[in-house]
Design a protein around this ligand. Structure first.
Ligand code: DUC
Ligand code: ZN
Ligand code: ZN
Length: 494
């Protein structure tokens, strides 16, 4: 071993898990990068003894909303300072929130605005997904390809929400660009007309309480849209990722597509494992705290999501952190406590609790193994969105983004202990048996649980341009020997 190497930090005696392996090693870090993995590494300027503790790649939260303009009078409670601080304290070292195009505006304006919001405030590294709400010819042919080439290689499209939704033809236009440019398309799959039809009738009958949110977005609404999104993806033979999958019916659609060899990827979130529709039926307006879309389902659907997690249906486990305060004029009560369910801002906080919940109830409770945990919370999203191997693994040359885990007797989650700017957590009182003890971002300890230390370094987070996920675009046509399986694409010269 070279005596010349100057290590800034050595994490000793680490029990390391990646997406595929478990091994014991010391981790040597210089200039924010992992430069050595091995036994008995030379002394570093700083040392951490991790004996007896899991050391895992820092979390990549590939679906969270921070300081995103909403356009409906609500205001997100977390900006990039509080959002990334909360993320770091929960073991996440990379976030990928959304630069959302305003209808009538450009994508570039959304990206410029979002950089302004992030730059001086982010504590940890970040990339951006785009949200395309207005796919004009200029967006399709000029703006989007140019942004993809500059590192914005994924975009989300919505099949619901009046201000955001696209029709099937617009979705096909975007998938054609994603196919040509080798980008990743994320789809929010709920049928807008079914939701509007159910909502109108419920309100007309006076069924306005938060619990009716779940009945206005029943599983078949998600199943139909998931099936349609998959069909559009298969028609263009281009990958899509179905975000925030809530239960069995959508999972069945995804699984069948995956069995056919279609390039369908999927994400789920803590709310579909740890909340149910009963949480929307709490006394008074309390249920509004858990209004998100798709809504949490029932215990049988939770089981279906756990099984699918274990069986590899999901590549990504994200928070879908969408932070609205319960009290005050801009959050859940923006339209007052008597507001009908359709007026309540959709979304719940979850950046800080995502990893501890899954580690406790997944890994420590024996429902998933530690490699699957790492795969879904870090490696999978890093690969899908073009950040791997810089992010998402513990390897020589990767950024030194690490979490050293503490485990303990069951303890309740308390909002008072969290670092977001939301006045509640939907997981108040839920017991966890683990929490990130130390979070390291590019070699810097940004969170230390024993002392409650959080780095006061807004602006240290770096913007990460993403690679194109080229490997995911391996066409079935290219894999087949003989004639084309997509004669229509061939006829169109695609
Ligand atoms: N649903 C979304 O689609 N986005 C943010 C929050 C939510 O509940
Ligand atoms: Zn969504
Ligand atoms: Zn979302």
């Amino acid at each position: 071993m070279s005596g010349d190497v100057c290590l800034d930090l050595v994490v000793r005696n680490a029990r390391i898990a990646t997406g595929s392996d478990v091994f014991n090693a010391d981790i040597g870090i210089a200039n924010g990068v992992i430069v050595m993995l091995g036994a008995q590494l030379p002394r570093g300027a700083r040392e951490i003894d991790a004996a007896g503790r899991w050391v895992l790649p820092g979390g990549v939260d590939a679906h969270c909303h921070l300081d995103q303009p909403t356009g409906d009078g609500s205001v997100m409670a977390d900006d990039f300072a509080s959002g990334t601080r909360s993320a770091a304290c929960g073991g996440t070292t990379t976030v990928i929130p959304f630069a959302c195009q305003q209808r009538g505006g450009t994508l570039q304006a959304a990206v410029d605005d979002y950089h302004r919001r992030a730059q001086a405030l982010a504590l940890i590294d970040y990339a951006f997904h785009l949200i395309v709400t207005d796919p004009t010819p200029d967006v399709l042919e000029r703006e989007l390809p140019a942004l993809i080439a500059r590192g914005y290689t994924s975009f989300k499209i919505y099949m619901t929400y009046d201000a955001l939704k696209l029709n099937d033809r617009q979705i096909l236009d975007l998938l054609a660009i994603a196919r040509r440019e080798r980008a990743m398309t994320m789809i929010h799959a709920e049928n807008a007309d079914c939701i509007a039809w159910l909502t109108e009738r419920m309100l007309a009958r006076g069924l306005t309480a938060p619990s009716y949110h779940a009945l206005s977005r029943v599983p078949v609404v998600e199943r139909e849209a998931t099936h349609r999104a998959i069909s559009l993806s298969e028609m263009l033979d281009t990958p899509v990722l179905i975000v925030h999958v809530s239960g069995r019916e959508a999972i069945e659609q995804i699984q069948q597509a995956q069995w056919r060899g279609a390039p369908i990827y999927a994400e789920t979130c803590p709310q579909y494992l740890f909340l149910t529709e009963d949480d929307l039926a709490l006394e008074g307006f309390e249920g509004a705290k858990c209004i998100c879309s798709p809504p949490p389902r029932d215990a049988a659907n939770q089981d279906a999501v756990w099984r699918a997690l274990d069986h590899g249906v999901f590549s990504v486990f994200s928070s879908d952190h969408a932070p609205f305060r319960f009290d005050g004029p801009h959050g859940k009560k923006a339209y007052g406590e008597q507001a009908t369910f359709d007026k309540v801002p959709n979304g719940i906080p979850g950046l800080e609790t995502r990893l501890a919940l899954l580690f406790s109830e997944g890994v420590l409770a024996g429902r998933i193994d530690v490699n699957r945990f790492v795969e879904m919370t870090s490696t999978g999203p890093a690969k899908l969105y073009g950040l791997h191997p810089r992010k998402g693994t513990i390897a020589i040359g990767s950024d030194a983004d690490l979490v050293i885990w503490d485990t303990f007797e069951p303890r309740p989650i308390r909002n008072a202990d969290l670092h977001h700017n939301v006045d509640y957590t939907p997981y108040e009182g839920r017991l966890v048996r683990a929490w990130p003890g130390i979070t390291i971002s590019r070699g810097d300890a940004v969170w230390q649980r024993d002392t409650g230390f959080v780095a006061d370094a807004p602006g240290r987070g770096q913007f990460l341009p993403c690679e194109r996920p080229v490997a995911l675009h391996r066409s079935r046509r290219e894999r087949k020997t003989g004639g084309s399986v997509f004669p229509w694409l061939e006829a169109l010269g695609m």
